[in-house]
Ligand binder design. Sequence first.
Ligand code: SF4
Length: 395
Amino acid sequence: MPKTPRTLASICPYCGVGCGLVLETDGEKILRVSGDKNHPSNFGRLCTKGSTSAQALTHPGRMDAAYVRNRRDQDPVRTPIDQAITATAQRLQTILERDGPDALAFYVSGQMSLESQYLINKLAKGFVGTNNIESNSRLCMASAGAGYKLSLGSDAPPGSYQDFDHADLFFVTGANMADCHPILYLRMMDRVKAGARLIVVDPRRTATADKAHLFLQIKPGTDLALFNGLLHLLHRNGKTDPDFIARYTEGWDAMPAFLAAYTPEYVSHITGLAAGDIERAAQWLGEAPNFMTCWTMGLNQSTHGTWNTNAICNLHLATGQICRPGSGPFSPHRSAQRHGRTGDGLYGPRSAGTALAAGGRGAPLCRAALGCAGRPHQHPLGQGHGGSVSEDGRR
Ligand code: SF4
């Protein structure tokens, strides 16, 4: 039968930016991959990984069938996929009936699609009845998820990709977006070329830092002191939003006294940054009609990663820079579930059901950041702000 060339719309298999692909096939094999110009994540752009994804798909060494090992001392046997699925289900069923649900554990991946995450969680928790499901995503995102819940009551960035097209200032901290999120980085730089400011906080002079209007080369591990120092200055400079604070947050009353110690000189001593640069960053944040904070593993993978997210959310809550186009805390990640709403999949603590069962504030912050009709109900501001802070800004 002659092959019929076809063009298919698909999604890049690699990371959570979720770029749209166009696959050109000869009816059997993929011949070429290009960016989907109509896709809202990438508008035709692809990074090296996405643009070379066809090479892996068509490599002759790729396994193109299931293999089943019938006995441990035997080699796996090539098996039609339907038979392999049936055999797997039968083996799982045998274990389940013999040993109960907790005899089964599932280890899944942040690289799975949202839909497959939903299904595997449904299989594990809903059908099998085990809570034994874990993901590689915990390492990257546990602290950010906990920080979001602590501050906003829900584990999800309150912004979206469209915010990148509206922000007037990008505060990028602990993230080298040029290398690690190249497509989002290009989208951000489009906005920077159109006049938005870029502040980068990083101990290293990265490719992203090279493009910054203000580069804050901070001592490792001292981010909290900087964020508290910026909030101190925003408050001192009259750049907080008292109406927003009064209507949508709680805990602010204790903040000014807590922040009082974080003078530019004190923060300079902790972070190694020039006091003038700290003041300039605060001035720019205060002047910006809208600003976004983007951070990743530089802040998350830390003994105080939860507080880092909390302190970033505080900057946005105190200034009302949240839930409106071009503003908000936004933690970009490179696994499929780590962008956007993640609560219904992934590992246990990120499950919406788990949050509610634990008595947490499980209600979503806001249904959508763009065009969001309502403001968030409750934003505990400054939770975790108390307690002592050591010289390097750690709690
Ligand atoms: S940024 Fe991520 S989703 Fe986009 S092309 Fe690159 S690897 Fe694929």
